[in-house]
Structures are given as structure tokens and as C-alpha cells.
Design a binder for this molecule. Structure first.
Ligand SMILES: O=C(CO)COP(=O)(O)O
Length: 252
């Protein structure tokens, strides 16, 4: 954690969830404030659930977000969703540049930067994801990859109020594997240091840096106590209220 930064515990439901899942969202909303009084929370649900999800969390301290957006406000882009549309449905945040989108949809850093700017245009907070693959880590390329991704996908104009950075080592996503605590600490320190150069110290020092990749109730306490880790981006464990609230409760 970083003193003076309010942690964010973000869930990413990915392509999971139908109407029936809204009952677990309701349990998360009900239990959130009791689990952690001094943290922000968001669940990034599938777009199909967003408007109803926003209704479910209304009046609680939990918020909802989208998982991706198109850079344009509107136009001939069949199947795509603009950040304005997400905002219209009640989203406060949107994830951009998740490694699954970078891999499955060939999203480059430039595309991710355009999506982040589009999110700001719509008044959304962009959660910009970065992270190395297993091969890159084994080749000792982790810091270079992170620097390149930050330079390319975190646009000028990023501030602590419009942007959150999520460090998600690709090899830790959905695998049950997590880096050593010392490695998380080193990566987050490196990210903070690079952002100081890129955005200025004042902005970088107040920006939330989340860790993502196999965060569970059992390891959240250790991960969230690492310096420069200001929250988590949670996949699988954000689907169940008990697990999500268990992680929220680990905020020190
Ligand atoms: O990709 C993730 C969140 O965006 C992490 O997923 P898991 O928590 O399932 O590893």
C-alpha cells in the first residue's frame, strides 16, 4: 500500500455472468462497506449486465465498470461498445488493454492508449493493464516490456483521478501462480519510478497501481501489504461474493 492512496479492489468477471449472477453482485454490494471502510470497489461486469448491475449496486459503496471500449463515440463498428455507452449504463470505470484483449484481438499499445483517452472523454476512469508473458519474464525482459507498455499505452494526460494502472503478469492470470512477493514489490517500484519520468512525480506518486493474477482471499493480505501495491484486479475470485469480500477484508 502507499500512504495517502485509497486502495481499489477491482473485479473483472470476464465472459462470465448472466442474470442469475446479479445475486452475488448484490451480496458484494451489501457486504462491501463492512468488509472495508477505506477502500473503493468496482466490479467490471459483461456489458450485457451493466445496466442492471448498476441498479443492483446503487446506494452502496461498490461501483461497476466495463471490460473494454471502442475508441470512437459512435459509428459503423458492429458489435463494439463506446465508453459513452458504458457510462450511459452506469459504468464508472473501464478496463483497457487487458492481456486477453491484447492476445485475442491483437490490441497494440497504440490502440490501448486510444481506448484510454476515449474512456476519459466519456468521464470514465481507465484501468490500463500491463504485464509480461512467461517467455518475456524468462528472457529477463520484464522491466523493458513494462516500460514499453507504459510508454505506448498510458497517454499524456493520465492523472490519478482518470487512470489506474494494473500490473498483471500474463503467466499469473488464471493459473494459480503468483510472482514472489519480492518480485511484485520490484515490479511495482519499477512501474512507479517509470511513471514519475513519464507523467511527473506528483501524478505518479498518487496514481493507484493494482496487482492482478491469481489473487485469492488466502494471498491477498500478503500482496496488498506490498509497497506500491494499491489494490488488486481480480478475475476468478471476483465471481463469488465470499471470495471477493474476503479479499476486500484484507485491506489493512
Ligand atoms: O486477469 C485477471 C483480472 O483482470 C486475473 O484473473 P485471475 O484472478 O482469475 O487470475
Amino acid at each position: 500500500m502507499t500512504p495517502n492512496i485509497k486502495p481499489l479492489i477491482a473485479g473483472n468477471w470476464k465472459m462470465h455472468g448472466t442474470s442469475a449472477s446479479l445475486s452475488s453482485l448484490e451480496a458484494m454490494a451489501t457486504g462491501f462497506a463492512e468488509a472495508a471502510s477505506d477502500a473503493d470497489g468496482v466490479i467490471c461486469v459483461p456489458a450485457t449486465l451493466l445496466e442492471r448491475a448498476a441498479g443492483v449496486v446503487e446506494g452502496s459503496s461498490l461501483q461497476v465498470g466495463g471490460q473494454d471500449c471502442h475508441p470512437a463515440e459512435k459509428g459503423a463498428h458492429t458489435g463494439d461498445i463506446s465508453p459513452e455507452m458504458l457510462s450511459d449504463c452506469g459504468a464508472i470505470y473501464v478496463i483497457v488493454g487487458h492481456s486477453e484483449r491484447r492476445a485475442d484481438h491483437g490490441e497494440s499499445d497504440g490502440v490501448v492508449a486510444d481506448k484510454a483517452k476515449a474512456a476519459w472523454r466519456a468521464g470514465l476512469i481507465a484501468i490500463i493493464c500491463i504485464g509480461e508473458t512467461e517467455a518475456q519474464r524468462k528472457a529477463g525482459e520484464t522491466f523493458n516490456v513494462l516500460e514499453e507498455q507504459m510508454a505506448g499505452s498510458v497517454p499524456a494526460g493520465a492523472s490519478a483521478t482518470n487512470t489506474v494502472i494494473a500490473y498483471e503478469p500474463v503467466w499469473a492470470i488464471g493459473t494459480g501462480l503468483t510472482p514472489e512477493i519480492a518480485d511484485i514489490e520490484a515490479a511495482h517500484a519499477h512501474i512507479r519510478q517509470h511513471l514519475r519520468k513519464q507523467l511527473g512525480a506528483e501524478t505518479a506518486d498518487s496514481m493507484r497501481l493494482l496487482y492482478g493474477g491469481s489473487v485469492k482471499p488466502g494471498n491477498a493480505g500478503d500482496i496488498l501489504s506490498v509497497e506500491n501495491v494499491d489494490g488488486a484486479l481480480i478475475g476468478g475470485a471476483s465471481l463469488k461474493a465470499e471470495d471477493y469480500l474476503g479479499i476486500v477484508g484484507s485491506v489493512g
